[in-house]
Write a protein that binds this ligand. Sequence first.
Ligand SMILES: C[S@@+](CC[C@H](N)C(=O)[O-])C[C@H]1O[C@@H](n2cnc3c(N)ncnc32)[C@H](O)[C@@H]1O
Length: 295
Amino acid sequence: MVSHYSVLKNEVLNFFEKIETNNKYIVDATLGGGGHSKAILEKFPDIKIIGIDKDDFALNYAKERLKDFKDRIIFVKSPFKNIDDVLKELKIEKVAGILFDFGVSNFQLKLSRGFSFQREEALDMRMDTSQDLDAYYVVNYYQEWQLEKILREYGEEKFAKKIAKEIIKRRQQKKIETTKELAEIVYNIYPPKLRHGRIHPATRTFQAIRIEVNNELEEIEVGVKKSIDLLDRGGILQAISFHSLEDRIVKIIFKEAKKLKKIEVLTKKPITPSKEEINENPPSRSAKLRVAKRI
Ligand SMILES: C[S@@+](CC[C@H](N)C(=O)[O-])C[C@H]1O[C@@H](n2cnc3c(N)ncnc32)[C@H](O)[C@@H]1O
């Protein structure tokens, strides 16, 4: 069974120690494999968790993994931008802590959902497999300008225009069905001398399409903003980002909330994983944790 390494786990636990309210609820807004939740439940015996994910596989996996704690955790399938509705439904007004650990989990990468171009898989990329929009639709039906915009904005891809043009050309001959086909199109657009850099040429294109399919940036913007108002005074909000677009949104929301005197920012600079953690789990190298306390 694939496992998921929970990034910055000790740091997250240490920041939840700074909670200064008697409220006993923590929302894990990105439950995933339940790794952070498990650590929180073990460390804080009085805490109850509301675990949110939009992926049924993640929820089922976490339910099994956390069955020993079943009286202290409620599982909810929802996009986290509806965190306010989730709590309203549970008749919980405020909480003591909220954790976001954005992006996809190891499970999702290995579940043949087309998140990775390392293997030949159907173009899917949905976290919530019950939603309609998938990567196949984006790649085969979006207009050229839409593709170019996504690649530029969500992938920060400097060959956005050329890649979009080539996708349109190729799909007129035959629909683009798999991750490898898409990766190969991007690879060939890159000038030969740039094909063997630190990251594979298709990385940015895949990031961009994944963000579009899962509406990731809007989810973060709405979810994190709402979270600030759902915290009790003395409550702690933590957000782990994996790329600059995510981190920028959190940074701006914190800045604005600080100006309004709603929060104190506990991380002047974002916290990054230790050398040991990066050695153990190389993908953690891009993680950045920002933390705020509700005042
Ligand atoms: C990086 S994983 C979390 C791993 C988890 N912290 C752990 O330790 O096991 C991110 C999870 O959040 C979920 N997710 C991402 N964006 C979401 C959103 N907008 N709404 C709900 N769930 C989301 C994904 O489906 C995935 O399972």
